[in-house]
Design a protein around this ligand. Sequence first.
Ligand code: DGY
Length: 330
Amino acid sequence: LIGIVSCYNMSRPTVFIANPSVPKIAFDILQDVANVVSVSGYDRESILKEVSGADAIFWASGLKLDKEILDAAGPQLRVVATMSVGYNHIDLAELKSRGIPFSNTPRVLDNAVADMALYLALGASRRCFEGRQQIEKGTWKKYFDTQWLLGRDISGSTVGIIGLGNIGQAIARRLKGFDVARILYTGHREKAEGKELGAEFVNLDTLNRESDFVFLAAPLTNETRNICNEEFFSKMKKTGIIVNIGRGELIDQAALIKALKTGEIFAAGLDVMTPEPLNTDSELLTLPNVVLTPHIGSATVDTRNAMAELTAKNILRGLAGEEMFTPIQL
Ligand code: DGY
């Protein structure tokens, strides 16, 4: 009982960290002004059991943050912050109806995620996974076969970016260093940043038909879900390469697998897929023309620390009744 009383000290707000692996920097920042309680496990049940009494929730999970969890926290809850740039897993309407401010972590992960996007694009276009398979199988040719494992050049190519937000722009900046011929982008509107990057605003159909590389860097919404579907792949160039660093559900995965198997497109590089974790019997794992990484776009030491720091600082702002550094308008 003494433990519980000291943990939920009345004079200090309680911040509930809903993930046991959050970087220490978040605790260092929050502990100055709050009682910080970390969940004991990664599962929803642990969160539901332990969130009660929180004034703020530090979310760092792909699990849904919904009415049930907000109810379990209790009526004193007044701040929610997610340690992620994406927030498709958060029930914004529910937060809005309760008047709870909410923030995410834009910008601090742009470079790490854009680096991963380029890795996937190059890995897929240069057939890196297939090459490794050949080494493992002992089928690396002893003679110089000039036609073996030929890939596609990124230099001189037309690149299409679906979603020229902060990450899309970081991808475009990198692409300029690879001497691409054109950068196309699509989204809700033409952007000044697009002009500065020398990128052309086009509609989805034009981007679809003209791109040699397609990068998916859009948030997952009802509008973008399955934006790359059977029809999209049928319009892509046969030499085309698709890269997804956004969310798996931006792609109709069954349609992608079909397009990769039938040669409708050349290759794919995916950091995100459906479901996550991917089933180990997924057909995606059997295809030589796919490079896969397990949703690690932002997984560098510095980036994860920066995300944790920003989330913690947003929570302090919210608890003080001030505007968060990176609020989401509800
Ligand atoms: C993000 O920040 O949204 C990354 O995808 C990690 O979930």
